[in-house]
Every structure is written in structure tokens, then in C-alpha cells.
Design a protein around this ligand. Sequence first.
Ligand SMILES: [Zn+2]
Length: 158
Amino acid sequence: MLQKYKQQSLAVNLLNRKVRATIVHQVTEVSIKLLRKAYKELHGRSSSQGSLKFSIKGLTRNNQKYIEVTHFAVCFRNVENNSQDIHAEKVILAFDTYKQSNPSGQLDFGAAWVIARGLADKSVQLTKCPHCKSWVLLNARENRRERCGVCKTLLDNF
Ligand SMILES: [Zn+2]
């Protein structure tokens, strides 16, 4: 009973953040039909179909965006190290932390979801710039040499 209640409250939490019904279904196992209906009731339009369209590399087109993506990645990593929650709950917690520490931040929850997925499957990695000790997210930019977003040091040789 409690389990079911938890799944449903997580589903509502994700739907409120406009996570598409197919993904909420994968995470919570709540019926897809119910989720689509709830999405429409909450947002006045249907949930998008299919998988997420953007990649992390699509989110880091300029240095400002890259720094924001890296900032969220740090929030997610902190949550991951300190929480036993399931993945989706960690993404919610990390996104709330990100928004609190950076209220004017441009990342939306869908972007946060994609970044957290990249960190979880290790397609991107967080490390620290050896020069200025800022956080750097490796493999997150298209066709670029790895460079610190803050001091611009090239990281190829480290
Ligand atoms: Zn640096």
C-alpha cells in the first residue's frame, strides 16, 4: 500500500515537472493510460511521445550553458553521494538544489533529466580543473578540446 502510494506521489511529482508520460511510466510503473490522462489534466495538452530529443552536447552550445550544465551535474553528484533514494527522486532533489543556488538558471527539468542520465551511465564525467580547481564536465561538448569553463585551461594533458 505504502509502496503504491509512494509510486503515485513520485509520478505526480514528475508529471508536475512536465516529464513525459512514457518516462514517468518507466520509472514508477503507474499505468501509462492513467499518466497520459493526468498529464493532460495538469498541463492542458498531451504529453510528448517517444524518447527525449536532446543530448547533453545539445545543452552546452555556449560557455554560459556549459557552466550551468556543470553546475547541475555537481548538484546531482552531491545528492547521489548522500542519498539512498531512487534515481528519479535524486534528480528532483538535485534540480531543487540547483534552482535554490541559482534561481536565474536556465536549465529546465527535462535538461536536468538528460544530464543525470549521462552521469549515471558515465557518458560524461565530473572532474576538477587542475589549475583553478573549478568543476569541469568532460565529454559534454561537441567537437571541442576539453577546456575549463572558468580559467580556459586546456585539459588534454592532464
Ligand atoms: Zn580552470
